[in-house]
Design a protein around this ligand. Structure first.
Ligand code: PLP
Length: 503
């Protein structure tokens, strides 16, 4: 039995690790104990039965390697999941984050013994400030959404510190990522949705109407989730500032701006970075996310504590002494210890150091070139509602006149062509949205093969729609009942006897 999902029967029945077990088989021979035996835990804490599979090491390795091959990954193929920036993650980052000096440090060590770690964190703060044009950066937040929450807390603290207590509204465009209204809602603020105009920009008239002295600020993703750079961004920011609000930038889409535009220079007061998107920390398997937040001069005193700072300048050629500093009006701590050091900071530090300023600019330019190339190849085959030069991604409609094929069907059919589907049904303002972000790390052959597959599927949608509607046809599992899979998630295939999943 593979799964209790009954929507689809797998084409090959995979044995579980328990099916492979054979009594007495072992994977490890324990040495004779050379210390006195400890007492067992009290009997009431022991389970009566905990059957473990009995296998040799080679059986376990083969079982999990075989299963891993059923997964799709950035290292396995093209992954154009819009908004997620699924770029290739260079393997040198894996070497540096495993250097023993980084790997074997403890967050409670005295600062004198972790000067290298602190120097790396300090430099990363400085680089992010320079890349995005900010006055200060915290590395603490554990994801983009956590960075949003941190940023909005600082915005609220700023208004409060000025005795400005009536600001409760956050303006959020209709193209925003769902985390924006969620972060704001968690703080009890009210979300005011601002529509987009027909060029995919913020509707300036609607924005002007919403701007008043109850506005905390605005959360703007630029380029937005349509892949459009807001042509009036400076006007948008001056409207928000004009009514005393602060400007939050959702920096998840920073990839196409690296080395080209600095959000801080445009007038953004605060922005989160997604190191796990733009700066090559692997993601998709549950983490670690890293969502540093940069702030302009108005918010720099409100940053979470502690920040890494220079405690004492070094004499002559000596490096400075690094330590922790506390901003004057800090909102407090946002994360235990110092954030995701090895998995996040060291990898992103390596990535930025390896690219340098010119390399970062290349990333942005190739990301934009690749997206525009794909958009140009697909324009005649799919309807693109906001059809102008895009940034790092674009959104097209997954539907055709006279065919009942939908975006979901197209995505599933792409799996038969060995491609990961694009993002589906987001942003909400495009019907049957397919949001495609190729990233800078793909070559022209891959982009062409992907475009060919999508063009082929557009033809199939008219000539043989049943093939598209029944897809995926060539994968281990057929089409899942996705609602049921999310609501009744079964993560293990074996349960102890008497254990009721629904209890
Ligand atoms: C990914 C993303 C977020 C949220 O980031 P997480 O790290 O997933 O919490 C917010 N906004 C946009 C536009 C994103 O693409």
């Amino acid at each position: 039995m593979v799964s209790t999902l009954d929507a689809t029967t797998p084409k090959i029945v995979e044995p579980t690790i328990f099916d492979l077990s054979s009594p007495g088989r072992v994977g490890v021979r324990m040495p004779e104990s050379d210390v006195p035996a400890a007492d067992s835990p009290p009997p009431h804490l022991l389970r009566s039965e905990l059957p473990l599979p009995e296998l040799a090491e080679v059986d376990v390795v083969r079982h999990y390697v075989r299963l891993s091959k059923f997964n799709y990954s950035v290292d396995g193929g093209f992954y154009p999941l819009g908004s997620c920036t699924m770029k290739y993650n260079p393997k040198i980052n894996e070497d540096t984050c495993r250097l023993p000096g980084f790997l074997f440090t403890h967050p409670l060590q005295p600062v004198e013994t972790v000067q290298g770690n602190l120097a790396l964190m300090y430099q990363l703060q400085e680089w992010l400030k320079e890349i995005a044009g900010f006055a200060g950066v915290t590395l603490q937040p554990a994801a983009g959404a956590h960075g949003e929450f941190t940023g909005v807390l600082m915005m609220r603290a700023y208004h409060k510190s000025r005795g400005d207590e009536k600001r409760v509204k956050m303006l959020i465009p209709d193209a925003a990522h769902g985390t924006n209204p969620a972060s704001v809602g968690m703080m009890g603020m009210t979300v005011v949705t601002i529509p987009s105009d027909d060029r995919g920009n913020v509707d300036l008239k609607k924005l002007e109407e919403a701007c008043d002295d109850t506005v905390v600020g605005m959360m703007l993703t630029n380029p937005n989730t349509l892949g459009m750079f807001d042509e009036n961004v400076e006007k948008v920011i001056s409207l928000v500032h004009g009514c005393g609000g602060l400007m939050y930038g959702d920096g998840a889409n920073l990839n196409p701006l690296l080395g080209i535009v600095r959000p801080g220079d445009l007038g953004f007061d605060v922005m989160h970075f997604n190191l796990h998107k733009t700066f090559a920390v692997p993601h998709g398997g549950g983490g670690p996310g890293v969502g540093p937040v940069g702030v302009g001069p108005k918010l720099v005193d409100f940053l979470p504590e502690p920040l890494v700072g220079i405690i004492e300048e070094g004499e002559e050629d000596m490096p400075p002494l690094y330590g922790f500093v506390k901003p004057a009006k800090t909102i407090g701590r946002m994360k235990a210890f110092h954030g995701h050091f090895g998995g996040g900071f060291v990898r992103s530090f390596t990535y930025i150091a390896m690219h340098g300023p010119d390399g970062l600019k290349d990333i942005a330019q190739y990301a934009v070139l690749n997206a525009n190339y794909l958009q140009a190849r697909l324009r005649d085959h799919y309807h693109i509602p906001f059809d102008r030069i895009c940034m790092h991604e674009f959104v097209m409609e997954g539907q055709f006149e006279g065919s009942d094929v939908r975006a979901l069907d197209i995505s599933k059919r792409l799996m038969d062509y060995n491609f990961h589907p694009p993002t589906n049904y987001f942003p909400l303002i495009v019907h049957e949205a397919l949001m495609i972000e190729p990233t800078e790390t793909e070559n022209k052959d891959t982009l062409d093969a992907f475009a060919d597959a999508l063009i082929q599927i557009a033809k199939e949608a008219k000539s043989t729609p049943e093939i598209v509607k029944s897809a995926p046809n060539d994968t281990l599992f057929g089409r899942m009942d996705e609602v049921k899979a999310a609501r009744e998630l079964v993560l293990c295939c074996w349960l102890p006897e008497g254990y009721d999943l629904n209890a």
